[in-house]
Design a protein around this ligand. Structure first.
Ligand SMILES: NC(=O)c1ccc[n+]([C@@H]2O[C@H](COP(=O)([O-])OP(=O)(O)OC[C@H]3O[C@@H](n4cnc5c(N)ncnc54)[C@H](O)[C@@H]3O)[C@@H](O)[C@H]2O)c1
Length: 251
């Protein structure tokens, strides 16, 4: 893959799986994450990639830092051809217990963070009239899942943001799509899902299992790659073992 891709939240889970795929396919990756310890661990893990990988500590809610870091990456490591917005946070809270502070915190990372990094990357890409952005929504942004007033609606906002960006950036040669994963075995889910939650998901997913991070990364890389998806923009692809297709699915 002849790409230079910026991955937010790239030190863990789906973001890390994207970074590994792009590197395995011969591309270059700039990983940003807010956790310095995760970055240090990932740096060791990806040591074999040499100068095809770069690491920066960045919180996607920090507007001034985003502009500085994305510009620096584009100038010194780029030109950027792709962006994957994988940084995200989640919480399962019943509707009546959800506070405004929780709502704002989740929106700040999942929605405003996705917007700000996309804007900085698109400013770099627009002069070259070429680029692909992939956002991460969720099946919880497409369906009313229990306990997900804040998280689910933030991922619904990512759907609309993706569509608006696709429309406005198409004339600039930038494609924008999103994936909407079902349950994926990542550190986020390990912290969030109880055994009852797991049983619930397995019962509702026709394929009767969680996804691996690499299965999500495969679809993301398809959407990044012009040789495979040059006429695809504004789409939300559910990668969910059939969850959003289902109605009554049987035992
Ligand atoms: N795991 C799932 O089942 C699942 C399902 C649907 C959607 N998603 C979405 O996929 C994305 C990746 O999730 P994951 O499961 O890989 O989680 P994860 O926790 O393993 O990885 C997320 C990474 O984002 C980083 N991050 C969080 N807030 C940040 C911030 N403010 N600035 C920079 N980095 C930040 C974390 O440090 C972490 O390294 C998220 O947007 C999540 O909502 C996950």
């Amino acid at each position: 893959m002849d790409q230079t891709v910026l991955v937010t939240g790239g030190a863990s889970g789906i973001g890390l799986a994207v970074a590994e795929r792009v590197l395995n396919e011969g591309g270059r990756v700039a990983i940003v994450d807010r956790e310095p310890e995760s970055i240090a661990r990932t740096r060791n893990h990806l040591d074999h990639a040499g100068d095809r990988v770069r690491f920066d500590t960045l919180d996607v809610t920090n507007e001034a830092e985003i502009e500085r870091v994305v510009k620096a990456i584009d100038a010194a490591f780029g030109p950027l051809t792709g962006l994957v917005n994988s940084a995200g946070i989640a919480q399962d809270v019943p509707f009546f217990e959800t506070t405004a502070a929780q709502f704002r915190k989740i929106y700040d990372v999942n929605v405003v963070g996705t917007f700000l990094v996309s804007k900085a990357a698109a400013i770099a890409m627009r002069g070259r009239r070429h680029g692909a952005i992939v956002n991460i929504s969720s099946v919880s942004g497409l369906r009313g899942n229990l306990g997900r007033a804040a998280y689910g609606s933030s991922k619904g906002a990512v759907v609309t943001l993706t569509q608006v960006m696709a429309v406005e950036l198409a004339p600039l040669g930038i494609r924008v799509n999103a994936v909407a994963p079902g349950p994926v075995e990542t550190p986020m889910v390990a912290a969030l899902h109880t055994s009852a939650t797991r049983e619930g998901w397995i019962g509702e997913v026709p394929m009767k299992r969680y996804s691996t991070p690499d299965e999500i990364a495969g679809t993301i890389c398809h959407l990044l790659d012009d040789t495979r998806s040059s006429y695809v923009t504004g789409q939300i692809i559910a990668v969910d073992g059939g969850f959003t297709a289902g109605g009554l699915i049987g035992g």
